[in-house]
Design a protein around this ligand. Sequence first.
Ligand code: UT7
Length: 335
Amino acid sequence: MYNSRITGLGYYVPDNIVTNDDLSKIIDTNDEWIQERTGIQERRWITEGSEDTSAVMGAKAAKIAIERAGLTPKDIDFIVFATLSPDYYFPGCGVQIQEMLDMRTVGALDVRNQCSGFVYALSVADQFIKTGMYKNILVVGSEFHSGGLDKTTRGRGVSVIFGDGAGAAVLSRSEDSTRGILSSHLHSEGKHAEELTVLAPSIRHWVPAILAANDASDESYFPYMNGTFVFKHAVVRFSEVIMEGLKTNNLDVSDIDMLIPHQANLRISQFIQNKFKLTDDQVFNNIMKYGNTTAASVIIALTEAWELGKIKDNDLVVLAAFGSGFTWGSVVIRW
Ligand code: UT7
């Protein structure tokens, strides 16, 4: 069996910065509430008329990751693309990126696991590499949230949290058995599906019904989140799945050099940090700048941490995520 290593990382966020004060001009909210509850100071939102979409941002991040891996798009054997905000209801963004980067007719798999999307996607790629089926896999997480948020006071519990952006990693075959992805751990609990969801459009709530109803008061097109409920589950599941990853590899919390948690809420990250008694140097957060970018958040944070020199060879890096589904997961990496 082979090992798999991340050989290239890249991210892209739109230029347009939206501060909490900007939001308070269109929504009944304020900087103090947002910072106190979430730690978010600003986020990036695609401007109207921009070429950016989930697929386009994903392609921009992917170009950087592929170049940093010392490869060209023609060297990629498979694509895994995670998003909850695809350009089309179908097909998924994976095929768009195949076309945009002029890649060979390689397989493209779309992952629909929301905030856990990148962790799931990386885990899938890891299996393909380890079994020897592929040598280089492009793994992308990208979200265009701002186009689908309820930017009125009605939606303030959700809209202020989410941001747009994309990240990408190249996962490559390695003969070095001491480094690379050590293990991954994936979970779900579908009974909580409607605690963090967009209900429509869906096959049950399809386009003719939308057009016929044309009801401006229908909130089912906007993300709904039972925030407190989700928060309570998030802190438990994050802790569990991090420990699961460490125990599988006979490691302990003290072995963690860098924890990259999904950037859902700074308070959740801080809770985990305190619980595991990790120092500020052992946990990376950037939600302050980007908000919650869902499937893009772990890979944007990983890329930024790496670019800042916070991840070194042989470091033990743990990625962990929790989100809609509920789904959650972790990946343990010897860098
Ligand atoms: O990424 C996927 C996983 N997601 C998460 O893990 C998110 C988990 N949940 C959370 O992070 C938090 O629950 C939130 C940040 C979403 C909300 O924080 P909260 O402390 O649970 O607030 P709340 O929803 O209980 O709302 C408290 C109050 C309410 O007013 P009343 O009923 O107490 O009068 C809300 O109407 O805050 C009000 N509120 C706001 N006020 C100003 C809700 N949103 C806003 C807002 N600005 N944007």
